[in-house]
Design a protein around this ligand. Structure first.
Ligand SMILES: [Zn+2]
Length: 341
C-alpha cells in the first residue's frame, strides 16, 4: 500500500509539471485530490487494513495529500503570474508613442481664393453683399441693359427652371441691382461674391459653375480715375507691390466705358511664357463705369451719381497662382487635388 501511495505521488507530480492552463489544473485537482480520487478512497478504507499497517499508511496518505496540495497551490500561483505577464505584454500601452492624427477637413481652394480676395476688399472698405443664386430673367439680363434678343445673351446661356423667367444667375451682377435698390440714394462700396452658372460644354477651360466676385462703388463724382486707382491698389495687394497693370478697352452691356485689366505675368516677369501665352500679360478682371441705364434701374439719377463696377473669377486667379491647367479639378472631388491646399 505504501508503495502505491509513492506511485500516486510521483505520477501526480509528474502530470502537474505538464499542466499549462487553469482548466488543466482543475482537471488535475479532481483526478488526484477530488472526492473519488484514489487517495481519498485509500483514506476511507484504512480500517479495512490490518491494524499494524494502519498508522504508517494513514501518515503516508496525509503526507502525500499535503504534498500534492502544496504543489497544486504553487502551480496555480505560477499559472496566474504567467497569465498576467501575457496580458501585460499583449495590452501594453506605450505612452511615448506619438498620437494618431485626427483627420480634419480643410477649405476648398475656391473658398480659400475667395476669402483671400474678399479680405483685401474688406481692408479697402468694401462690404460683402450676399445675393441670391436663383434669379429672374429681369435681374440677370433685363435690368443690366440686356433686353430680350440682346446679342450678349448668347454668350451667357444658362440653366432655366421650370418656372418661366426664373434661372440660375450667369454672373453676380444682378446683385448690383439688388443692392442699389436697397441703398439708393446712399453711396455704395460693396463686393458681391458667389457661385454662378452657365450652360456650357465642360472643358479644361470652362465649367458650368464657378465663383465670381463683383465689386460696385457708387457715389457723387466717381470717375474712371477712381476705378483705375482702386483696381491698381487691389492688384498690388493681391500680386505684390511691384506688379504692373494695364487696361484694355472692352465691352460689357452694363458698363460704359468698359475695360479689362491685365497684370504683368508673374510667372515669366513679362518675358512671355506658356502661362501668359507669350504675351507677358495675364487678364484678371473686367471693369467699367456703371452704365447710366443700370444706374437708373437701380434708383440712382445718372446726372447726379456715377460709379464703377468690376468682376473677377477666384478660380481663375487660383489657377494662375498655382499653375493649375484644368478648371475641372475644382469640382471633380478628387482628394489628390484638394489635399494640396
Ligand atoms: Zn508669362
Amino acid at each position: 500500500m505504501l508503495e502505491r501511495l509513492n506511485e500516486i505521488e510521483a505520477q501526480a507530480l509528474k502530470e502537474l509539471d505538464q499542466v499549462s492552463s487553469s482548466e488543466e489544473l482543475q482537471t488535475w485537482k479532481t483526478k488526484y485530490l477530488g472526492r473519488s480520487a484514489e487517495l481519498g478512497v485509500i483514506s476511507k478504507r484504512l480500517r479495512e487494513l490490518p491494524k499494524g499497517e494502519r498508522p504508517a499508511v494513514g501518515r503516508r496518505v496525509n503526507e502525500v495529500k499535503s504534498a500534492l496540495d502544496t504543489a497544486h497551490d504553487e502551480r496555480s500561483g505560477a499559472l496566474r503570474a504567467t497569465a498576467l505577464e501575457h496580458t501585460l505584454r499583449a495590452e501594453r500601452i506605450d505612452v511615448t508613442l506619438p498620437g494618431r492624427p485626427v483627420a480634419r477637413g480643410r477649405l476648398h481652394p475656391s473658398t480659400l481664393g475667395l476669402r483671400g480676395i474678399l479680405e483685401i476688399w474688406r481692408e479697402m472698405g468694401f462690404q460683402v453683399y450676399d445675393s441670391r443664386e436663383v434669379e429672374t430673367d429681369e435681374y440677370n439680363f433685363g435690368l443690366l441693359n440686356m433686353p430680350p434678343h440682346h446679342p450678349a445673351r448668347d454668350l451667357w446661356d444658362t440653366f432655366y427652371t421650370t418656372e418661366p423667367g426664373v434661372l440660375l444667375r450667369t454672373h453676380t451682377s444682378p446683385g448690383q441691382i439688388h443692392v442699389m435698390r436697397e441703398r439708393a440714394p446712399e453711396p455704395i462700396r460693396v463686393v458681391l461674391p458667389g457661385m454662378c452658372y452657365r450652360y456650357e460644354q465642360i472643358t479644361a477651360r470652362s465649367e458650368i459653375q464657378f465663383n465670381q466676385i463683383e465689386g460696385l462703388a457708387i457715389g457723387s463724382n466717381i470717375t474712371f480715375a477712381d476705378l483705375k486707382g482702386t483696381l491698381n491698389a487691389f492688384a498690388r495687394r493681391m500680386f505684390g507691390q511691384n506688379v504692373r497693370t494695364r487696361f484694355r478697352a472692352s465691352h460689357f452691356p452694363f458698363t460704359e466705358p468698359s475695360a479689362e485689366m491685365d497684370i504683368e505675368c508673374f510667372v515669366c516677369g513679362g518675358q512671355g511664357c506658356s502661362v501668359c501665352k507669350s504675351t507677358g500679360w495675364l487678364e484678371i478682371l473686367g471693369s467699367g463705369m456703371v452704365h447710366p441705364t443700370v444706374l437708373e434701374n437701380g434708383g440712382y439719377d445718372p446726372r447726379e451719381y456715377s460709379g464703377f463696377a468690376f468682376g473677377m473669377g477666384p478660380e481663375r486667379i487660383v489657377m494662375l497662382k498655382h499653375r493649375i491647367e484644368d478648371i475641372r479639378y475644382f469640382w471633380g472631388n478628387d482628394l489628390r487635388f484638394l489635399e494640396q491646399f
